[in-house]
Design a protein around this ligand. Structure first.
Ligand code: JCF
Length: 669
């Protein structure tokens, strides 16, 4: 290729790639596939390898990082980077409102509201549209030069595009890390035996202040612009919201949660709205920033020390706190799996007192190097169970190692760990009261025997009072016994007795599922019921025979076989049948309503996935095929259904939209 030709092609590629970068990283709306993007990148890299003079500082190839610097140099900001005053409650917000209304002698005010990202503030200087330097906030006047690192953040444009590009502009924003990126980074760090970060903010800061930008390039950093500093150029920026709009038009990422707000009450509602969705956001935020929207009013208000009078951060409580790990206890589940649970010194995390955190399994404890007595960061993200993020090693003193017990803490049976499994199990089976309670809970559950009103708490009450010890005992309960329980009235006792009676009529598949055989879920239970049609035959099946059933592998076959080898289990089954549990012994009872019928699914379904619909149909005896023919009985179509739908119409086959399909399933239940 000739130099001139290469120059043109490289320029075109850069523009194209930068556009796709913007669509992907800023708008979150890519218009080409990753593969197509890679091909464009590849071509540009090839040209720049052949003609190194053509490499420009804003080339998208220049984001991979460069050789390490020896230290971070100092950079003086052209305009100082301000800090923000804080408000912690409504009164302080109203005082802020009153203060500025008086200063401006106005009756009403328009604010802008935005989420306050919990990351690291940076100042990016663009000259004639090109990224020149990027610096941390530092003390507000002088920061550290992190240009080499900020260049690796895909969201940050290396050159601005669009209209009215100023001769010079300082863009202010926050470098952050998503929760997802943070978790993945910490996992990688642990695997490599390197430092883990306590929270996304620290991880973002650590990543941004790297000397080696090739490391930064591997870190999942994001950037949001929230304002400008020094500015030289034509301007029509008269409000904060217009600044944000303009930044976005130049290709800078701006938070989508920004809102123009009329008066203080609208601000307070906005704060509540953001607070309600805070835990669902991809990034940590530590509050909401309110600004007087009009720039002319901002000028009039001015500053107190280093903070603008016209802005305030209304803070949220932190989602993460430090507390001490007092002990690690073991919970025993239905299948005997032992789960370690952290007992914490009670700590209030964003309004909720946290005393426990899940530790998942021993591998997790080892990975995070958690020891009893450690000081730890606990984090509450959304509704999920609180988690220990990391240990504060510096505070470690008088700690003890945690080991999985050799015997079950509930029943004293042996504990075993199968090869390749992370899980330890108590082998006590139903003689272990913990497993027994979970087994009864499973037995009574909706998809099993469906005993209405028999919930977890009541089952624990019944076992602890000695009224029942196995599922078979449920059917010998009397109303007189039930009313002796705390919080159990006449009416509730009667209801439970009726629910027990009603549950006696069941199906073979429900009954098998209710037994709680390990790894025998609804689907396997149904298969077994359809295949054998009788409990006696399943009881007598050998592992070899069971393995011939599709979806039943050696492990499940063994689980089924050994379940029925145990005398205890056979006795319970006997007692249940004697108590009057029954099902019809013929095929019809197994609800094969679509037996012999052929279905085709096409288009995208909204309520269930196509796979779920397929499983459901198969379980009801239908055949689900990929193409429409004269033998097809029904075509179920979702959105954007194409040729299969047309073919069905052509052949005069009944078509069902999703709604009618679901209605049909419900009617047939
Ligand atoms: O998101 C932020 N962390 C944030 C910080 C947003 C803003 O609008 C800010 C800020 C710090 C100072 N505005 C100023 C003036």
């Amino acid at each position: 290729m000739q130099l001139e030709q290469a120059r043109h092609r490289a320029e075109a590629l850069r523009q194209l790639i930068n556009k796709h970068n913007f669509q992907y990283y800023v708008l979150d709306d890519p218009s080409i596939t990753d593969n197509e993007y890679d091909i464009l990148m590849r071509e540009l890299i090839d040209i720049e390898t052949d003609f190194s003079d053509l490499i420009t500082p804003d080339s998208p190839t220049q984001r991979v990082g460069v050789s390490p610097v020896s230290e971070l140099k100092e950079v003086k900001h052209l305009a100082p980077m301000l800090s923000l005053g804080n408000a912690f409650n409504e009164d302080e917000m109203r005082a802020f409102n009153k203060r500025i209304k008086e200063k401006l002698s106005v009756n009403s005010l328009v604010f802008s509201g935005e989420t306050k990202f919990d990351g690291l503030a940076v100042n990016i200087l663009y000259e004639n549209g090109l990224l020149v330097t990027a610096a941390t906030r530092g003390d507000g006047s002088i920061g550290e030069d992190v240009t080499h690192n900020v260049r690796t953040i895909s969201q940050v444009p290396l050159s601005l595009f669009g209209e009215n590009i100023p001769h010079l502009i300082e863009v202010r924003g926050e470098v952050v890390m998503t929760h997802k990126g943070f978790t993945a980074l910490n996992d990688r760090q642990r695997d490599k035996g390197e430092k883990v970060f306590a929270n996304p903010r620290n991880a973002a800061a650590g990543s941004l202040r790297q000397l080696d930008s090739r490391v930064t390039a591997q870190r999942p950093l994001a950037f949001f612009a929230y304002g400008i500093g020094e500015y030289k150029g034509k301007t029509n920026l008269t409000s904060h919201t217009s600044i944000l709009r303009q930044l976005k038009e130049w290709g800078l990422p701006v938070s989508s949660d920004t809102k123009r707000l009329n008066g203080i009450d609208a601000c307070l509602s906005y704060y509540a709205e953001i607070g309600a969705v805070r835990s669902e956001l991809a990034h940590d935020i530590d509050g909401v920033v309110f600004k007087v929207n009009e720039i002319s009013q901002q000028r009039e208000l001015g500053f107190v020390s280093r903070a603008p009078r016209w802005a305030i951060a209304y803070k949220f409580p932190p989602l993460e706190e430090i507390t001490q790990l007092l002990d690690i206890e073991i919970q025993v589940g239905r299948t005997g799996a032992l789960t370690p649970v952290a007992r914490l010194s009670p700590v209030n995390v964003a309004g909720v007192t946290v005393t426990n955190a899940t530790l998942h399994n021993i591998d997790e404890i080892k990975r995070k190097d958690i020891k009893i007595g450690d000081w730890v960061y606990v984090r509450r993200a959304g509704d999920v169970i609180p988690e220990i993020v990391a240990v504060i090693k510096e505070k470690r003193a008088n700690v003890s190692d945690f080991n999985m017990p050799n015997v079950c803490p509930v029943c004293g049976s042996d504990v075993v760990r199968q090869e390749g499994e992370a899980v330890y199990r108590c082998i006590g089976g139903l003689s272990c009261s913990a497993q027994n309670i979970q087994a009864i809970i499973h037995f009574a559950s909706r998809k099993a025997m469906n005993i209405d009103g028999l919930g977890d708490k009541l089952i624990i009450q019944l076992t602890e009072s000695g009224l029942i010890s196995t599922v078979a005992d449920l059917y010998s309960l009397s109303k007189e016994q039930l009313v002796t329980l705390e919080r159990m009235g006449e009416k509730s006792a009667e209801n439970l007795m009726a629910a027990l009676e009603k549950s006696k009529k069941t199906t073979l598949e429900r009954f098998i599922y209710a037994m709680g055989i390990r790894e025998v879920g609804e689907a396997t239970a149904r298969t077994l019921a359809m295949r054998y049609k009788s409990l006696e035959l399943i009881e007598q099946a050998t592992t070899g025979e069971l393995e011939t059933i599709s979806d039943v592998g050696p492990v499940v076959a063994f689980n089924i076989y050994s379940f029925f080898q145990q005398k205890h289990n056979l006795e319970i089954i006997q007692r249940l049948l004697l108590a009057g549990i029954y099902w019809e012994n013929n095929e019809d009872e197994i609800n094969l309503i679509f037996s012999g019928m052929s279905f085709v699914l096409t288009g995208s379904l909204q309520v269930m996935t196509r796979d779920e619909a397929k499983q459901k149909l198969i379980s009801l005896g239908a055949k689900v095929t990929g193409s429409v023919s004269k033998k097809t009985n029904y075509v179920v179509y979702g959105e954007n259904a194409g040729s299969k739908y047309e073919k069905a119409i052509e052949l005069g086959i009944t078509t069902l939209n999703e709604e009618s399909f679901i209605k049909m399933l419900e009617k047939e239940k």
